[in-house]
Design a protein around this ligand. Structure first.
Ligand code: ZN
Length: 293
């Protein structure tokens, strides 16, 4: 599932072809993705200009000149492909193979600039939704989101407060979008490794009894920001490096330190541990039992 860095990479890849352009024609090839597409979807967006393309957690938010926001989520397997002047533009190498089966091209945006943006999603867990900008804050999906981890408001105090009193593991807490928005299995594992904290540790152990942050909360916030910034940087360079080759916007090959590296030596300097895989709340967790305490 795409996490914050992948979605941000997609946003940066789409921004140049979307911002300032109009939807000239919209092809909707099926009535539903995860949920039914909005009624009169094409009619409501055709002829409208995209005045800005933002992101909140794992959601892409396109502001339209109509006053609506087009909310897009990639689900499990969604991707965007951009074609301009007969050439497919891209965004790098992907951690998971993306579908190239055009049978899964569900929505096609023909832009006023001549670019074509195709949404492909074999499993159809993604969705598109139109919400008036004035109601966005009240939208249940937006209200379910905690702080943006790269935003100014996110700090150790906020994270400790969200984790205080929680009996779940730190892994489970960080995967909860209400605690912090945009993290998933991969970047939670990576952040915990970078912060030298065990995924099995109780979430509440990063806070004092009164809910104040301790040193661990400070390390963890720094680790989360560093992991995400590194991944976005790598996604950005994959956008530049692979501009001329064919592919889709989305997943890029990230050099993970622990994720999917069971049995590999721990990359922490001076640590002689081996990366281990365990299952927590039904998902694989990768970590080093030696340097993550
Ligand atoms: Zn280690």
């Amino acid at each position: 599932m795409p996490e914050l860095p992948e979605v941000e990479t997609v946003r940066r890849g789409l921004e140049p072809v979307m911002e300032g352009a109009c939807f000239a024609r919209v092809e909707v090839r099926r009535p539903d993705l995860r949920w039914p597409l909005p009624k009169d979807f094409a009619v409501r967006i055709e002829g409208r200009e995209i005045t800005g393309l933002g992101r909140r957690g794992k959601y892409l938010l396109a502001d339209l000149s109509s006053g609506d926001v087009l909310m897009m989520h990639l689900g499990m397997s969604g991707s965007f492909r951009v074609a301009k002047n007969g050439e497919d533009k891209t965004s790098g190498e992907f951690h998971h193979a993306r579908s190239t089966n055009s049978g899964h091209d569900h929505v096609v945006f023909h832009m006023s600039s001549g670019a074509t943006i195709t949404y492909n999603d074999p499993r159809r867990f993604g969705f598109m939704k139109l919400v008036p900008r004035s109601e966005l804050e009240r939208d249940p999906l937006m209200r379910a989101l905690g702080p943006e981890p790269l935003g100014n408001a996110f700090d150790a105090a906020l994270l400790a407060k969200a984790c205080a009193g929680r009996k779940t593991s730190l892994k489970a807490a960080l995967s909860d979008q209400k605690v912090v928005a945009g993290l998933g299995n991969i970047y939670v594992c990576e952040a915990l490794h970078r912060g030298h904290l065990s995924p099995k540790r109780r979430a509440s152990s990063i806070a004092t009894k009164s809910g104040m942050p301790n040193e661990r909360a400070e390390y963890l916030v720094e680790a989360i920001r560093a992991v995400l910034n590194d991944a976005i940087k790598q996604g950005g360079s994959s956008l530049r490096d692979h501009r001329q080759t064919s592919g889709e916007l989305g997943y890029f090959q990230h050099h993970f330190r622990v994720y999917d590296r069971e049995g590999s030596p721990c990359p922490t300097r001076g640590c002689n541990g081996t990366i281990k895989r365990i299952v927590q709340t039904g998902r694989s967790t990768f970590y080093c039992p030696v340097c993550q305490k």
